[in-house]
Write a protein that binds this ligand. Structure first.
Ligand code: FES
Length: 66
């Protein structure tokens, strides 16, 4: 808490907390995160990290549902 949210996507200025919010709102692929922010992939360097965040969030939700 209180930690500054790091940028996941430098090209579009998308922060970690914004990626998490997009995932919680239903984003299942990096393209969904870009759409949620009204932008699109540019260099695509952030796509792997977004995929990882989506995977981790899904696993956390699956674990919570057990
Ligand atoms: S860092 Fe996200 S598109 Fe370049």
């Amino acid at each position: 808490m209180g930690r500054p949210s790091l940028y996941v996507c430098n090209c579009n200025g998308i922060r970690e907390r914004e990626v998490r919010a997009a995932i919680d709102a239903g984003a299942r692929r990096p393209i969904d995160v870009f759409r949620a922010k009204g932008c699109q992939a540019q260099c695509a360097k952030c796509v792997c990290e977004m995929r990882q965040m989506i995977q981790e969030r899904r696993e956390a939700l699956a674990y919570a549902a057990e």
